[in-house]
Write a protein that binds this ligand. Structure first.
Ligand code: BES
Ligand code: MN
Ligand code: ZN
Length: 502
């Protein structure tokens, strides 16, 4: 779908569908909605009076204009209460509206810059949110449905604006929105791919192709190189699979003389998590094809960062392997030595995410990274703690944690901080090694974070447990079934913030 900005007037523009809006509780439509209402002889006002149009968030009412104006249909979307209006509301509303219009076989859509008038939103913020909501909301993963033919798709979305002074800002927002949303959709694709296709090698190949397309430095370490570096934890997890592990490295060099500002993003890249010898129950195991969602989110974020070019060096690290139970698999009870040199005892081979991240974080520390953020579908306990409304965040540096939480507030990706009281360390004390990879039943998410902390070596670090957020069974706003792309947009925003971009 092409997204563009056009100078024009809602009354004269020709299109299959025009999207205008209403805040909740507004009785007399104003602005563009008011103009359309007059052209339609007061139909919108009447629908408001009759209670069919209320302006409630995500409400979408379709009116056929029957030649009263050049647009053949008008969709009135509810923006909810004006006091609660935000870019994320706009993203959600646009996602819902665009999917409805696609279902009606509409090809060309025109939208006003919602909120940029009465809602007092900056034009670029509005057009970015509209673009993101539309591209994210229309996402589909149907490449393996060979029997589907001629699926409906929208060709074009145009944001119209009469005021010349806003056009440039609106265009900038559309451009950014496209980059960000397509990066999130790229991560969604990786998450949705089945594990027989998306092996560690394939993940590395796709990251490489993307890196070449957008201009990132790319490097990949194979098993031999991992052995040389002593990545014992990653290799232990990889031992049970015939599919070779890959350690993927992506670099955006945006500020070469300022290494003190370096940011490393480490994403768990388990392309399938069977649990290994501590095997998982069969029910729902297929979802573990998406256990590389953290890695995918790092790859997606790097894709956007390469295009936005913030003045900061960002390194993306994805330790990629399967967790299988083949003949040479690691066992519960094993002792493994990590790249850092610390030893640990395997309690559960299903606590593999923290192991691959241990080596990745230490690699980052060794390579002059001054801030570490890891992203992982690490613990089922994260959804016990927070449901699927927020990811858990932990770390050793409150500034970094707050920067991530704040970034998430603007992207609509929620994080909730869990404590890292030192008493939790008891969860990872081993009888025979330095630490162990799993604790008791309680505080499972914190124990995972605590384990990973051991490998940050005191460098400012934050851990994002996205186990409950990576995929969903429910379609809502701009989120569709399958992988969500969480938290690609927050990682991009974080890099921008650290580079001084507002
Ligand atoms: N990949 C899983 C966590 C997970 C569970 C992600 C459900 C998404 C949905 C992870 O590797 C795992 O198995 N974690 C264990 C940790 C335990 C063994 C300490 C868990 O959550 O049970
Ligand atoms: Mn596991
Ligand atoms: Zn896992």
């Amino acid at each position: 779908m092409k997204v563009k900005v056009s100078k024009g007037n809602v009354a004269t523009i020709e299109t299959d569908a025009l999207i205008v809006n209403l805040f909740e509780g507004v009785k007399k439509p104003a602005g563009a909605t008011g103009s359309v209402d007059r052209l339609l002889d007061g139909t919108i006002s009447q629908l408001i009076r009759e209670g069919e149009v209320t302006g409630k968030k995500n409400e979408a009412t379709l009116i056929h204009t029957l030649n009263k104006m050049p647009a053949s249909r008008v969709m009135i979307v509810g923006l909810g209460q004006k006091s609660k209006f935000s870019p994320d509301v706009l993203r959600q509303v646009l996602g819902t509206a665009m999917r409805r219009l696609r279902g009606l076989k509409v090809k060309r859509v025109v939208s006003i810059a919602h909120g940029a008038g009465i809602g007092e939103m900056e034009p670029a913020v509005s057009s970015q949110a509209i673009t993101e909501g539309a591209i994210l909301g229309l996402y589909k993963f149907d490449k393996y449905k060979t029997l589907l033919k001629n699926q409906a798709s929208i060709d074009e979305l145009a944001i119209v604006e009469e005021d010349d002074s806003k056009i440039k800002l609106l265009k900038a927002g559309v451009n950014k929105g496209q980059i960000v949303a397509e990066a999130a959709n790229f991560a969604r694709d990786l998450g949705n791919e089945p594990a027989n296709i998306l092996t560690p090698t394939e993940l590395a190949d796709r990251a490489k192709k993307m890196a070449m397309d957008v201009g990132l430095e790319y490097e990949v370490l194979d098993r031999k190189q991992m052995e040389k570096l002593g990545m014992g934890a990653l290799l232990a997890v990889a031992a049970g699979s015939n599919r070779p592990p890959k350690f993927i490295i992506l670099k955006h060099i945006g500020d070469p003389k300022n290494e003190g500002n370096n940011l490393a993003l480490c994403g768990k890249g388990i392309t399938f998590d069977s649990g290994g010898i501590s095997i998982k129950p069969a029910a729902g195991m297929g979802a573990m094809k998406g256990d590389m969602a953290g890695g995918a989110s790092v790859i997606g974020a790097m894709m956007a960062i390469a295009q936005i070019k913030p003045k900061i060096n960002v390194m993306g690290l994805i330790p990629a392997t399967e967790n299988m139970s083949g003949g040479s698999a690691y066992h519960p009870g094993d002792v493994v030595q990590t790249m850092l040199g610390k030893t640990f005892e395997i309690i559960s081979t299903d606590a593999e995410g923290r192991m691959v991240l241990a080596d990745a974080l230490f690699y980052a520390v060794q390579h002059q990274q001054k801030r570490l953020v890891d992203v992982a579908t690490l613990t089922g306990a994260a959804s016990i703690a927070l449901g699927n409304l927020a990811a858990a965040i932990m770390g050793n540096d409150q500034t970094l944690i707050d920067q991530i939480i704040d970034s998430g507030e603007t992207t609509g990706e929620r994080f909730w901080q869990l404590p890292m009281w030192e008493e939790y360390r008891e969860e990872i004390v081993s009888d025979i090694a330095d630490i162990k990879n799993s604790g008791t039943r309680g505080a499972g998410t914190i124990a995972g974070g605590y384990f990973i902390q051991e490998f940050a070596e005191g460098v400012p670090w934050a851990h994002l447990d996205i186990a409950a957020m990576a995929r969903t069974d429910q379609e809502k706003g701009y989120i569709v079934k399958g992988h969500t792309g969480f938290p690609v947009r927050t990682l991009i925003k974080l890099a921008e913030t650290l580079a001084g971009i507002k």
